[in-house]
Ligand binder design. Structure first.
Ligand SMILES: *Cc1c(COP(=O)(O)O)cnc(C)c1O
Length: 383
């Protein structure tokens, strides 16, 4: 129950063990077609250029930046946590200029600051932001940020590594242009794959490039020859065939459950966890309106040893939770309820384990209060 990788379901693990076939085998090619359709569903998009990059989320991030930016370009980059900083690195390594819009870690990106940056830098061709900051458990208002970018003719690069499958994400309705995600957060697949999707406008920009993409592997014009379109597929790289079986199974499971139901499940388990934590006397670190249900930032009570509690959880309960990052290190925990791990039994296990570990560390909380609050919540919302 950390910030990912999340628990992988036995069904997905079993898919991994299917016999390896060729990356151009007709059966594999039809699996690729299926994956594309299922990813379009997950992203809520009709984008033709929708595919899984054969590498982790960071490669999906890099794919978006290197394909949309050329040397001399300007991008506005929002930072309210760890991953916005990586976006800046990507922009600068493309030879472009990053105009930073900074917000406190644990707060959402402020649309007014973005509006001002877009006005002050009319040459900016890209607005980049993180929809769900895993480092702080904070959501930003993606719909509003996309709208602002449109008004200023900038394309949107959006990080949805932690949002895909966990909270509402509407690529087409919002008008995001280059969107990347990861396999190991709310999709609960094995790590190492990065779903991406590019809007027709982004594809136009890519096709109009005069400067070669600096990365051969991530150059979408080349990758399209293997993953794109309905015409003949040509070898570009050897796809991680078994990992793609796993991704396919994950996406089939998402479709079976239904995107809306998966999102509602994340929300419900989050509310139960919060009810329990608050009954235990702990407080949440992010404003209610911007909390991520899949990644819960909890304040560590005064005088409690952060690492000692986490060590007890791991040693005595086989339970991993995440540490705080940056300025939030030592002050917060990050409790993940992502994908297959977002279940009632995990909420109960976590509350129980945390109560025991806090007692053992000499921090007194009312015995059983957390469990009662969570159970009451589940009872009051069951159908
Ligand atoms: C995990 C994560 C990434 C990086 O993904 P990797 O698979 O670790 O490369 C990028 N952005 C966000 C918001 C993440 O949570």
């Amino acid at each position: 129950m950390g910030p990912g990788p999340s628990d992988v379901s036995p069904r997905v693990l079993a898919a991994l063990a299917r016999p390896t076939i060729g990356h151009l085998d007709p059966l594999f090619v039809s699996l690729m077609d299926d994956i594309k359709l299922l990813l379009q569903y997950a992203f809520q998009t009709k984008n033709e250029l929708t595919l899984p990059v054969s590498a982790p989320g960071s490669a999906g991030m890099e794919a978006c930046f290197v394909n949309l930016l050329s040397p001399g370009d300007t991008a506005i980059v929002c930072q309210n946590g760890v991953f916005g900083g990586r976006m800046r690195e990507n922009v600068e390594r493309c030879g472009a200029t990053a105009i930073m819009v900074e917000d406190e870690w644990g707060s959402p990106v402020d649309p007014e600051k973005v509006q001002k940056a877009l006005r002050d830098h009319p040459q900016a061709s890209v607005l980049a932001f993180v929809h769900a900051e895993t480092s702080t458990g904070t959501r930003s208002d993606a719909a509003t940020l996309c709208k602002l970018a449109k008004e200023h003719d900038a394309l949107v690069i959006m990080d949805t590594v932690t949002s895909l499958g966990g909270i509402e994400l509407k690529v087409d309705e919002w008008g995001a242009d280059a969107v990347y995600s990861g396999s190991q957060k709310c999709l609960s697949c094995v790590p190492g794959i990065s779903p991406v999707t590019f809007s027709p406008k982004a594809v136009e920009r890519i096709q109009a490039r005069t400067h070669k993409v600096q990365s051969w592997f991530l150059d979408m014009q080349l990758v399209m020859g293997y993953w794109g379109g309905s015409s003949k597929r040509a070898y570009h790289h050897t796809a991680p065939v078994n990992a793609m079986y796993a991704l396919h199974e994950t996406l089939v499971m998402l479709e079976e459950e239904g995107l809306e139901n998966a999102i509602a499940r994340h929300h419900r388990n989050h509310l139960a966890l919060v009810a329990g934590l608050e009954a235990m006397g702990l407080s949440m670190a992010v404003d209610e309106a911007w909390r991520l249900p899949q990644l819960n930032l909890v304040c560590i009570p005064e005088g409690v040893d952060d690492a000692a509690v986490r060590t007890r959880l791991l040693r005595d309960f086989d339970l991993e939770i995440g540490a705080g990052l940056g300025a939030l290190a030592g002050k917060t925990w990050r409790i993940g309820l992502m994908g297959h791990a977002s279940r009632e039994r995990n909420v109960i296990l976590c509350l129980n384990a945390l109560e025991t570990a806090l007692h053992a560390e000499g921090h007194n909380v009312e015995s059983g209060a957390a469990l009662r609050a969570a159970e009451d919540f589940y009872k009051s919302t069951s159908n």
